[in-house]
Design a protein around this ligand. Sequence first.
Ligand code: NAP
Length: 260
Amino acid sequence: MDLGIRGRTAIVCGASKGLGLGSAQALASEGVNVLMVARTEETLQEAAAQVQASFADVTITHCAADLSSVEGRDAVFAACTNPDILVANAGGPPVKDFRQLTEQDWVSALNSNLYGMTDLINRAVTGMCERGFGRVVTITSASVKMPMVGLDLSNAMRSGLVSYCKGISAGLAQHNVTINSLLPGLHATERLDGIFVARSAMMGKTPSEVEEMSRNQIPAKRFGTAEEFGQFCAFLCSEHAGYMTGQTVLLDGGAYTGLA
Ligand SMILES: NC(=O)c1ccc[n+]([C@@H]2O[C@H](COP(=O)([O-])OP(=O)(O)OC[C@H]3O[C@@H](n4cnc5c(N)ncnc54)[C@H](OP(=O)(O)O)[C@@H]3O)[C@@H](O)[C@H]2O)c1
């Protein structure tokens, strides 16, 4: 299927690795010019060069910036003033016993995963509305539907972001600007490896035991891939997804046991 977004421009955040990189690759494969964002210049540059080498007909640029800071977000919008597509994403907060969380942990999580994301969205949607096309996808977490032990900061920030997006989606829809959230379950990325290590200390098991146990709890009996996640993200950014907004979509191999 042609997604109808060839020639569009996207900002993809957290794009040097994992789910953001998968999303950047999938959008580039659909003919979208992509600005890739992450903090570490070296890994970001390598990832951008890799995507550019795979898809010669699009322009891939990169911007090394910390999305939790105003300066970082300024740099992103200076590099791409009029995005048609925004994939709002950053690294997740640390796994930590909730009793150990400090005020600084809360402020960092707020800036990275809630306030920082809302600021990116606000900067993008005004121009999208004026131009009559916009697709915003936030990458949050399955914890929005099923809060997870030890990921208390993530639980709090992600549900706040999803609620914010639902609230603003109604005012954007008439301009053909949609905003949806993808809720990853367990996907094989560096973030997941870090979670196994952190959980192993809390559970008194080895990281590979935690990995095995986690895989077995998923009905699909495997972790998701960044590639399949990216393909789904690209569909939400497509011309065809214009009548879907304010939604949260779980990609979790069937792990969530509830109905809604
Ligand atoms: N993988 C999973 O199973 C899973 C499950 C549930 C939720 N999630 C959430 O989904 C999101 C993406 O996960 P992932 O697995 O793709 O993570 P990942 O493999 O750790 O990649 C994170 C990406 O974000 C960048 N990044 C992190 N903090 C940033 C910041 N402040 N400013 C700019 N870029 C930043 C990283 O590069 P730099 O470090 O160089 O900045 C990297 O490119 C995270 O929020 C994660 O918590 C993932």
